[in-house]
Write a protein that binds this ligand. Structure first.
Ligand code: SF4
Ligand code: SF4
Ligand code: SF4
Length: 500
């Protein structure tokens, strides 16, 4: 028998005084961590537990809890238990370590070091319950001037734009990486809220064409599911050049997940791996990108704004400057804490830069170069709350992308096991019995509730600052102060230290 070097990360603690042997935990755990024995006793295998909390939440007698294993290696500041376990794992499998969701490592979260302003005596606060507040945003290229026709009348030369009821969109999550029911929840919520959701790189299921006005259709390097009907079906087209969780590498959806509708939607045979190459094979320069931007515009008769999505990497400001000159209408920047359905752990945890620094740098550079109006900016990569949104807008974003927060609203417990395809909450899975666990009626309602709550909080924060329109907050860094940051960090963010 092969020697298992690794002690499980988590321990399942069952209080047998409370357990009524109902077997709910056994049925709910797709990882088969619980087992009912003929003797009437329920036992568990800690090694199979990914700490998704499904059994804990549904146990009718609150008999279960999952704790972090107390088993420790001999103390060593250099060789932590995590590193030792990773070496054991790779020595056993010979494979790349895989992970999902966002970077969990202990890097600074700049949003948490930024504080918001509030009005006191002069420029008094505004009460959002009594006075009108504007949270609508419009994304896209702004015209450079007013044009008049021969009769002298003003020509409507406004390029196509995206209108949103609040500065939020649901970020790209492909059908395949998340379930049909998760997609339906996002699409219906986007429609109800007057915002947009994003197909991700897996094409668009025929059932969801009816939500086209609230859909961003993505074109990624694999070009899965891309055809003229698809391009015309959405409100905007997004070219995915990169993703915050895995900058510089492509994507891989295993053949086991390419079944039924997913294979049809992606336009690839059942069982074949969906591998997106790291680069677009027709893009090696900004000029190449420009060609694709205009090909997509030409194909859709210049009716759709084009978004170019990039990962926040070291020279993001120069890249964004090029994109702003490429004819794209919107740049989406995805920070290094952004989520994913699957990524090599080393890449997810060590490549890229924080969205706060990337966003502030890009906004400033585009202003300095006089091309800020060429494009709108979407910021993504672990936007966790309404305060993160307000801070992102004040740092220069026109709008944010959220994904992990939306999945958490649907029930995700951040177990970071999406790549295994056995999501116990029915989100990152295609297993029919698991998909059914996410009720789209409830999912849609929870997303709408979350966004309504955040919108109200955004209005309260704006009101506190004496601002009644989100447009007045955009890039308004005077509303921000930093705490616990170096001079250089404050300089890049373009904000003052608290007390100044
Ligand atoms: S769900 Fe709770 S009560 Fe039911 S068998 Fe499991 S631990 Fe016992
Ligand atoms: S994987 Fe989830 S459902 Fe299974 S034992 Fe662990 S917490 Fe419970
Ligand atoms: S979507 Fe599912 S598998 Fe992925 S982190 Fe959330 S609960 Fe875990």
């Amino acid at each position: 028998m092969a020697l298992n070097y690794i002690y499980p990360d988590y321990e399942i603690i069952r209080n047998y005084d409370r357990c009524i042997a109902c077997r709910v935990c056994e049925r709910q755990c797709a990882n088969q961590a619980h087992e009912y024995l003929d003797t009437g006793k329920i036992v568990c295998d800690d090694a199979k537990c990914v700490n998704c909390h499904r059994c804990v939440t549904l146990c009718p007698s609150r008999a279960l809890k999952i704790i972090k294993s107390g088993n420790a290696y001999k103390e060593n500041k250099n060789w932590s238990g995590k590193i030792i376990n990773e070496i054991y794992r790779q020595a056993g499998t010979g494979g790349v370590l895989l992970s999902s969701m966002g970077n969990p490592e202990d890097y600074p979260v700049y949003f948490d070091k930024i504080l918001l302003n509030a009005s006191q005596v002069t420029n008094p606060p505004i009460d959002p319950l009594r006075e009108p507040m504007e949270t609508k945003v419009s994304l896209g290229t702004k015209p450079h001037g007013i044009e008049r026709g021969e009769s002298g009348r003003v020509r409507n030369n406004l390029p196509p734009r995206i209108s949103l009821s609040m500065p939020v969109m649901f970020s790209a999550m492909s059908y395949g990486s998340i379930s049909y029911n998760a997609h339906e929840s996002l699409a219906r919520a986007a429609e109800e809220l007057g915002i947009l959701y994003n197909t991700g790189e897996g094409g668009l299921h025929e059932d969801f064409y009816k939500y086209g006005r609230n859909t961003v259709v993505q074109v990624a390097s694999g070009r899965f599911g891309v055809h003229i009907g698809y391009l015309n079906s959405g409100a905007a087209i997004e070219i995915k050049m990169g993703q915050g969780a895995k900058p510089g590498i492509g994507g891989h959806l295993p053949g086991t997940k390419i079944v039924g509708d997913i294979s049809r939607t992606r336009m690839i045979p059942e069982g074949s791996d969906a591998i997106s190459p790291a680069p677009h094979h027709d893009i090696y320069s900004i000029e190449d990108l420009r060609q694709l931007v205009y090909s997509l515009k030409e194909a859709t008769e210049y009716k759709k704004p084009v978004i170019v999505k990039i990962a926040a990497v070291h020279n993001v400001t120069a890249i964004a400057s090029g994109i702003a000159r490429s004819g794209a209408d919107i740049i989406a920047i995805d920070g290094f804490r952004g989520g994913t359905g699957a990524a090599p752990t080393r890449i997810r945890d060590h490549v890229g830069i924080p969205i706060e620094l990337a966003l502030a740098g890009v906004d400033q550079r585009l202003r300095d170069e006089g091309i800020r109006d060429n494009v709108s900016i979407i910021a993504g990569g672990s936007i966790r709350s309404s305060t993160d949104i307000v801070k992102a807008v004040a740092l220069g974003a026109d709008c944010v992308y959220i994904a992990s927060a939306a999945l958490i609203a649907l029930g995700c417990h951040l177990c970071r096991s999406c790549h295994a395809g056995k999501c116990n909450w029915g989100i990152a899975t295609q297993v029919p019995e698991l998909v059914k666990r996410l009720n789209p009626d409830l999912g849609y309602e929870r997303l709408v509730n979350l966004m309504k709550a955040w919108r109200h909080e955004i209005m309260e924060m704006m009101g506190g600052m004496g601002i009644n329109s989100i447009e007045s907050l955009k890039g308004n860094r005077l509303m921000l102060r930093g705490v616990g940051m170096s001079e250089r960090e404050l300089e890049i963010l373009g904000i003052k230290h608290a007390g100044e």
